[in-house]
Every structure is written in C-alpha cells, then in structure tokens.
Design a protein around this ligand. Structure first.
Ligand code: NAD
Ligand code: TDX
Length: 345
C-alpha cells in the first residue's frame, strides 16, 4: 500500500455492523482519493470478514486480523502504515452479553481503547475519533428533555459503564497528552449487516421464521433510531471537521417504543401479532434514550437524511435478500447465546 497519502487511517472493528458500513461509505460512496485504510478487527463472534468482501479489490485498503488490546501488534501497524488517524469502532457492543459477563467489556472497551490512545500519542496521530454511545448518559424519564453534551455521564449497564470509562480516558488524553481527540455519541442504529442479537434484526429473522418475538418487560422502553448510513456520515464529518476535545451527540430524532418497532416488523412482513411474546425484563433496563443533535447540526452541518420509513423498509429488504448471511452467522456460538438468553421462551 502506498503511504504518501494525506490520510492513513486505522479503522478498528471494521468487520462489525457500523464499521463495515463506514468502510463502504468511504470506499464505494465517497471514493476519497487521498486515503489509505487499515482495518483491524479480531473477528470476534459478531465480526464477519464477509461484511468487507466488497473492499478486497481496493488497493488503498488492507485488513488485519488482530486485537486492539495487542500493543505489540498496534505499534507495528502504526509504524508500518504511518497511521495518522484512528477511528475506533471496536467494542463489545451488546448490553445483554454485558449482563451475563462484564469482563470482556472491561478488556476491549476500556483496555483496548487505552492501548489505542497510547499508540496514538506515541505515533503523533493527527486525529483520534472514539465511537461512543448515548447509553453513557443513562436513562431518561418520559418527561425529561433529550440528552445534550452537557448531561452528566450516568451509565447503568456494564456495557455503558465500559463505554463511559473509555470516554473519560479519551478526554484525559486530550487534557494530559494533548492528543487531538473527538468523541461521537450516537443513539440506536439500524440497517444492513447488524448482528441478529440486537432488537431489529433479531425480530425480523424470528418473524420471517414464524418464531416468537421476545419483548422485554412491557415493551414501552423507548430508543431513538438512526439509520447506520447517517451515523457513518456524522462520524466522518466529526473526524474531518470536528473540534478537538469536543463531544458530538448524534441521533435520528425518531423515538419509538420497542413495541412500535416490533409491530411495524410484523406489519411489513405480513405476520400475526400472536408471535409477540412478553418475557422477563432486562435487569437495569434503561427506559428511554433520546439525543439532542443540535450541536453537530449547528457546528458541522450534519443532519440525518434517511427517514425511518425508508430506512426501515430497506433494512427489512436487506435481511430478506441476505438470508444466507444470516443463516451462516446464526450457528455455533450464536445458538448457544440464544438458548441462554431466551431459554424460557
Ligand atoms: P458490532 O458488535 O457489530 O461490531 C464490533 C466489532 O468490533 C466486531 O467486528 C468485532 O469483531 C470487533 N471487536 C470486538 N472486540 C475487538 C477487539 N478486542 N479487537 C479488535 N476488534 C474487536 O458493533 P457495532 O454495532 O458495529 O458498534 C460499533 C461501535 O459503535 C461500538 O463502539 C459501539 O459501542 C458503538 N455504537 C453502536 C451503536 C448501535 O446501535 N449499534 C450505537 C451507538 C454506538
Ligand atoms: O430480544 C430483545 N427484546 C427486547 O425487548 C432484544 C435483543 C432487545 N429488546 C429491547 C431492549 C432495548 O430496550 O429492545 C431495545 C433495544 O435493544 P438492543 O438492540 O439490545 O439495543 P440497546 O440495548 O438499546 O443498545 C444499542 O444501542 C446503543 C446497541 O446495542 C449499543 O451498542 C449502542 O451503544
């Protein structure tokens, strides 16, 4: 790979849901010339190299299978590829798994982020972007206004605690080491390639197969849904133009209850509501997330472009067309997880 380009970027977690959509946006949609991409992913249970098949023919792209906690490997990657920018998507990302076992979340989300920060300081990286989440702000009641960047960090799950901790390390490296960092905090994403342990793909696939749709608690928890392509655009915008040391909230301005989502899925697929099954609630289940994205709109001109109806229809269509992708990943470890998580239904 030629290294004399302006941006030699390390994209971690690029074989996962949002990461692969981001790589696709850069290579296929934006076709940015002045760019080399090194994608690092340890291909954990939710990472899938097939998600990056489209990238194989690009001469400015390389994939490396490896762990963000492996400092020796990171040092080598930064040096050999003259990395000058980092976008960190890599994470343990599922709240339910963090309830079963929190340790991997501490290891990757905190320890891995710290390793990337240290290497970024060592190799004089020009920009480090941390992909964070609305969940670090905790839970809202129905009456409270949407989260702004001024809200306190009040995580309530082991997943969000690990992401919040990572955010604190990122900001500490800005203050202490002058590392040029930016953090984006986004709400719930939906779109192609999402691993079917998350609400929308899990319910779509179960409905397609006439299986029960397990809704936690009363189904009235609210999430603010944003199409993955809009999130990717916000990340690139923040990476290119965001002010260092700043946090940018990203949301879809689209609050829906889980029950509304599941009902829509049944509606689009023409399946009966009798498939809905109320199951025990998630422990510590956050009631409502909502993001105020005024800052990124005002300062960087970003706004979500994909309306929910369009994005949702495209997503369901993608899962219908890519049933083989789903069949392959819903084996082995996934089935074991599914049995453990939903053993009583
Ligand atoms: P994902 O679980 O689909 O992908 C995570 C990727 O990271 C996978 O490819 C996995 O193999 C890789 N990975 C995990 N541990 C690793 C390690 N130690 N070293 C190298 N690679 C590792 O997750 P996603 O939904 O694509 O989320 C990406 C990022 O966006 C995460 O940081 C997540 O916290 C954040 N985020 C997600 C959402 C959402 O709705 N999905 C919303 C806001 C923020
Ligand atoms: O089987 C289910 N039944 C159910 O009722 C599943 C998997 C989920 N739910 C509910 C729990 C949540 O209220 O649906 C909602 C969404 O659940 P998830 O898809 O697990 O997402 P969430 O917990 O909201 O976290 C997501 O958004 C923020 C991502 O997984 C995080 O990575 C991101 O940071």
């Amino acid at each position: 790979m030629k290294k004399h380009k302006k941006n030699n970027l390390l994209i971690t977690g690029g074989a996962g849901f949002i990461g692969c959509n981001f790589v696709k946006m850069l290579l296929e949609d934006m076709r940015i010339d002045d760019l080399n991409l090194v994608v690092l992913d340890n291909l954990s249970y939710c990472g899938n190299l097939q998600n990056l098949d489209f990238a194989r023919n690009y001469s400015n792209y390389v994939f490396i299978k490896g762990d963000i906690c492996d400092r020796v490997l990171l040092d080598k990657i930064f040096a050999e590829n003259e990395i000058n920018g980092v976008i960190n998507f890599a994470a343990e990302s599922h709240v339910d798994r963090s309830i079963h076992d929190s340790e991997p979340f501490l290891r990757t989300n905190v320890g891995g982020t710290l390793a990337l920060l240290d290497m970024s300081v060592k190799h004089n990286v020009k920009k480090y972007l941390q992909v964070s989440t609305d969940e670090v702000y905790g839970s809202l009641s129905a009456a409270e206004p949407a989260f702004t960047e001024q809200n306190y960090i009040k995580p309530r799950s082991p997943y969000s605690a690990s992401k919040a901790s990572a955010d604190h390390f990122v900001m500490s490296y800005y203050a202490t080491h002058n590392l040029p960092v930016v953090i984006t905090r986004c709400s719930n994403n939906y779109g192609p390639n999402q691993f079917p342990e998350k609400l929308i793909p899990l319910m779509v696939l179960n409905a397609m197969e006439d299986k029960d749709l397990p809704i936690y608690g009363d189904g009235r928890n609210i999430r603010d849904w944003v199409y993955v392509g809009d999130h990717c655009a916000a990340i690139w915008n923040a990476f290119e133009c965001g002010n260092v040391g700043e946090v940018y909230n990203v949301g879809g301005n689209c609050e829906l209850t889980n029950l509304q989502i599941v009902t829509k899925i049944l509606d689009v697929l023409g399946k009966p509501e009798s498939l809905i099954k109320y199951v025990a609630d998630r422990p510590g289940h956050d009631r409502r997330y909502a993001m105020n994205s005024d800052k990124i709109t005002r300062e960087l001109g970003w706004k979500p472009k994909v309306g929910f109806e369009d994005g949702f229809a495209a997503t369901i269509e993608w899962y219908k067309k890519n049933y083989e992708w789903c069949r392959k990943i819903r084996s082995g470890e996934y089935l074991e997880y599914y049995r453990r998580q939903y053993e009583n239904i």
